[in-house]
Design a protein around this ligand. Sequence first.
Ligand SMILES: [Zn+2]
Length: 126
Amino acid sequence: MSRVCDEVLAQLPSYVDRSLDPFRRKLVALHLRRCAACQAEFSRQRSLHAGLTALQSTEDAPPDGLLESLLQNADSPRGATPLRGAVSGAKPAYSAALLLAGAAAGAGAGYASWISAKNLRKLIRR
Ligand SMILES: [Zn+2]
């Protein structure tokens, strides 16, 4: 990892949610084209962002049983383990979402990940 990578990784959350200014946006885009490591992190954050965005346009509540099983999983020690490679400088929402996504991955269900993001959104609004 170079210093450029550190810079790019710190900008990624803003790049993903399109709040980055055009000049930096272009620099990040150029770097992503030739750096596999940053590209991989970008892909992960982009899919996470897409999931959160989808949740914001979804009003229906998930089935109660699924939410409870996810919360039980999140309370387990395994659920408290941070994801490796969590980006420094990432927005708090993304860091927390990555943690919850890690807990959901422990449950082995993509749908659980969806639910955890929804739950996260409720937590943020408090
Ligand atoms: Zn890089």
